[in-house]
Design a protein around this ligand. Structure first.
Ligand code: ADE
Length: 245
């Protein structure tokens, strides 16, 4: 998977992209990330990337010409890529969307800045606008990092077999069950008995019920979309939860 990121602040990406899973994905040759300075695509002496909005109003907009030149140039390097724009007005980023994006041949991510970008860039080039949550960041860079991270860990081979993305929260539409390691008792709190039982079927059932219970308590909205068995529904009913898929 190749990511091309168009930004006015390429230096922001140094830390997150040089460590941990994203570093490993690059080292294994499973992902490639290229950062592009939008300002390098200006043609005026002042390297201008922004301008005032027609009709007035506060703030500045990103001008279309440098962005257009940057996108056209990067599309030649990442043919068949899907063009994304990070913006609070976009489709909410969920695990399902990250999974969809991980199947694309390549991604070009435009990081928005200032008050937004000229609408004609959206119309001409952008396939999907993506938001990482209902709050406003100072720019799309942090959102692009979140997006690259969530997609990279789903690219086959990036995670080791002991780090399977399948058991992550949201992998099956539910939150993850609680986890314990040694010692068997800590601060007076014991590890739940099923986990010490050595009975594999009992452990699996306990974990499933804990996932269901946690999701019902913390994110009941997810239960209407999750894939549930009759046994799951019965268990939820015993907790007093009935508005499920
Ligand atoms: N740019 C500013 N805020 C954002 C958000 N919440 N998601 C994606 N891009 C953004």
């Amino acid at each position: 998977m190749r990511f091309d990121i168009l930004t006015l602040f390429p230096d922001m990406f140094g830390g997150p992209f040089d460590e941990s899973i994203i570093r490993r994905g690059q080292d294994k040759g499973l992902i490639q990330i290229a950062l592009h300075q939008i300002r390098d695509y200006t043609v005026d002496r002042h390297r201008t990337v922004d301008d005032a909005p027609y009709g007035g109003g506060a703030g500045m907009l990103m001008k279309p010409e440098p962005l257009s030149a940057a996108i056209e140039s990067v599309k030649k390097l990442n043919t068949d890529a899907t063009v994304l724009l990070t913006t609070p007005q976009g489709r909410p980023l969920t695990q399902k969307l990250a999974q969809e994006l991980s199947l694309k041949p390549g991604l070009i991510i435009i990081c928005g800045r200032y008050e937004g970008i000229d609408e004609r860039i959206h119309q001409h080039y952008v396939d999907q606008e993506i938001s990482i949550g209902d709050y406003v960041l100072s720019g799309g860079e942090l959102a692009a990092m979140v997006l690259v991270d969530s997609v990279t860990r789903l690219v086959p081979g990036v995670l080791g077999s002991d780090e399977s993305a399948q058991t992550d929260s949201f992998g099956d539409g539910l939150l993850e069950y609680p986890q314990y390691t040694r010692p068997p008792e800590f601060n007076g709190l014991p590890v739940p008995a099923p986990l010490l039982s050595g009975n594999h079927a009992e452990i699996i059932r306990w974990r499933r019920e804990q996932s269901l219970k946690r999701t019902a308590e913390r994110r009941p909205d997810l239960l209407t979309q999750a894939v549930l068995s009759d046994k799951d529904r019965l268990f939820l009913k015993s907790l007093g939860v009935s508005n499920v898929s």
